[in-house]
Design a protein around this ligand. Structure first.
Ligand code: G3P
Length: 341
């Protein structure tokens, strides 16, 4: 009897050891003496879009790993201020995370716009290698000097193309076409160079803007076109792939430095892992969405890419605030990246 009892005790102890080894232990909030933090995260992406889903997943993982100590509340679809207003919250030190275009950090460090310039990247990997370069590390440091801690530049939602009713093949086809763009000088210059008449509008107003004739169409990725159901009002995609849809995740430097080291590690690791997950899913979904959109009556056409490329190259000399020679630096960096891939 004694022998059986001893064996049972050993078995239970071994099971407990096995279970605890398989799980990454994080100190509980009370034990570690850390303050509980609540951070609002604001994004333009609607709930059905993959980026919003990926962000909700990141917030859940952070909550779980911190034993509820870090509560990141995701507000999708522009329920809270987005774009420039969202970045202002970050720069002013609010308990806030902004997930929006790189161009909004570009308002503080102009060269961020150059990194996301038109027709630079052939694929996601080239851009993702660029965000790890010394050039971009330097820009992130400059953002920190302005009170902005960049957590990630890696949330991708695909190359952007034209969604109109008109078939667009050359820059001449865009003459007089009013195309909705995000409120960004980079997008304005790019679409102007492509021959269109760019009109800045918040995404929340695009559907009604098309219905009311404020704009003739828009430019966006397949993730946007399918995820926001904007295909209901425009049916032709001309594959210009002129800009890569990327989101930056930023938080106030003051808020960041007020977190414990453990909290910072959890947040950084989970946003990094979340970006990798988001991009993998995005690659798969883009293919699925193309098929689904075609089934929904959306048509796709190729364009004269060399002509658009030639036109958009002018954009790189249009920004007086960009560091002189930034385009050459980016090109050089890209050459290195391409040689390694
Ligand atoms: O939900 C909107 C998002 O997919 C794209 O927004 O402003 O970059 O065109 P935007």
């Amino acid at each position: 009897m004694k022998k059986i009892f001893k064996m049972l005790t050993l078995l239970i102890a071994a099971t407990m050891l096995f279970v605890s080894c398989g799980k990454k232990e994080e100190p509980a909030a009370k034990e570690s003496g850390e303050k509980k933090v609540v951070i609002k995260l604001s994004t333009k992406f609607v709930q059905d879009e993959q980026t919003a889903k990926s962000l909700v997943r990141v917030a859940e993982k952070i909550k779980e790993r911190s034993n509820g100590n870090i509560d990141i509340q995701v507000y999708a679809g522009g329920q809270l201020p987005i774009g420039k207003d969202s970045m202002e919250q970050v720069a002013n030190g609010a308990n806030w995370i902004s997930v929006d275009g790189l161009n909004f950090i570009g308002d503080y460090v102009p060269d961020f716009n150059a990194i996301n310039g038109p027709m630079l990247y052939k694929n996601f990997d080239e851009y993702l290698a660029m965000t790890k370069s010394d050039l971009v590390k330097k820009l992130k440091n400059e953002a920190e000097e302005k009170g902005i801690k960049v957590l990630s530049l890696d949330y991708l939602f695909g190359f952007r193309s034209m969604l109109t009713d008109k078939v667009v093949k050359t820059p001449a086809d865009l003459e007089g076409v009013k195309v909705r763009v995000p409120n960004s000088q980079l997008y304005m210059y790019t679409l102007e160079a492509m021959g269109a008449n760019p009109t800045p509008l918040p995404f929340t107003e695009v559907y009604s803007g098309i219905q009311q004739g404020v704009v003739d169409g828009l430019e966006g990725s397949l993730m946007t076109i399918y995820g926001t159901k904007i295909y209901e009002v425009r049916k032709n995609v001309s594959l210009t792939n002129h800009l890569l849809g990327v989101s930056a995740v930023s938080i106030s430097k003051t808020v960041w430095e007020g977190l414990s080291e453990n909290q910072r590690t959890i947040i950084q690791e989970e946003f990094d892992a979340g970006a990798r997950y988001n991009n993998e899913v995005t690659v798969t979904l883009e293919k699925e969405y193309r098929v689904k959109l075609e089934e929904l009556g959306v048509m796709f056409n190729e364009v004269d890419l060399p002509s658009f490329n030639k036109q958009t190259s002018k954009v790189f000399s249009k920004f007086p605030k960009w560091t002189p020679g930034i385009y050459d630096q980016i090109e050089k960096e890209l050459e290195t990246i391409r040689a390694k891939q």
